[in-house]
Design a protein around this ligand. Structure first.
Ligand SMILES: [Ca+2]
Length: 176
């Protein structure tokens, strides 16, 4: 499978069930929707002699640098197994509207610890597909850990990261 095929699969997958998470585009800005009361208050019980197991309720974020002049949507896919990498069996999906130089996809409340990898497309014209000319991708893509490969699909081992329940952020750069 070459990169073109993989991106096509990803784009088709993305178009099926991506859920919009319109987020501030600025890297590092806290996500604080105004006028909404969220579950921000948490009671934390501490017991130093008997530490409770850490609940795996953190979020995974993928913050990607995009060409700031471009618009559209960044579609992100979170994979939880190497065998599923860049295929249709996506663990979680997210998207973010492009408005500036940085975009963040958020996968909230990921409850399963383990290894993950993320793939993202910059769907500039918002048609849910990777635009191609003569089979060559015309829109940007990016992987967790900034895994890139000029002619082949970025490999799972180059994009994988460990998640242990705490808020995790990956940073990448769109390759156009
Ligand atoms: Ca497109």
């Amino acid at each position: 499978m070459n990169i073109s095929t993989a991106l096509e699969v990803l784009a088709v997958t993305a178009s099926v069930a991506f859920t919009a998470f319109p987020l501030p585009a600025h890297h590092g800005r806290p996500l604080a929707p105004t006028g909404q009361v969220g579950p921000t208050e948490q009671t934390v019980t501490t017991n130093e002699s008997e530490p409770a197991p850490q609940a795996a309720d953190g979020s995974i974020k993928f913050t990607v640098q995009v060409e700031s002049k471009k618009k559209g949507v960044v579609l992100c896919a979170l994979y939880d197994e190497e065998d599923k990498w860049l295929g249709e069996q996506v663990y979680r999906r997210a998207s973010a509207t492009v408005d500036g130089g940085w975009v963040t996809c958020v996968f909230p409340a990921v409850s399963k610890n383990g290894k993950y990898a993320i793939a993202a497309l910059h769907d500039e014209d918002g048609d849910g597909q990777m635009d191609k000319i003569m089979g060559i991708p015309q829109e940007g893509y990016s992987m967790s850990r900034d895994a890139q490969n000029k002619s082949l699909v970025p490999k799972w081992k180059n994009a994988v990261f460990a998640y242990a329940g705490e808020a995790t952020e990956q940073v990448g750069h769109m390759k156009y």
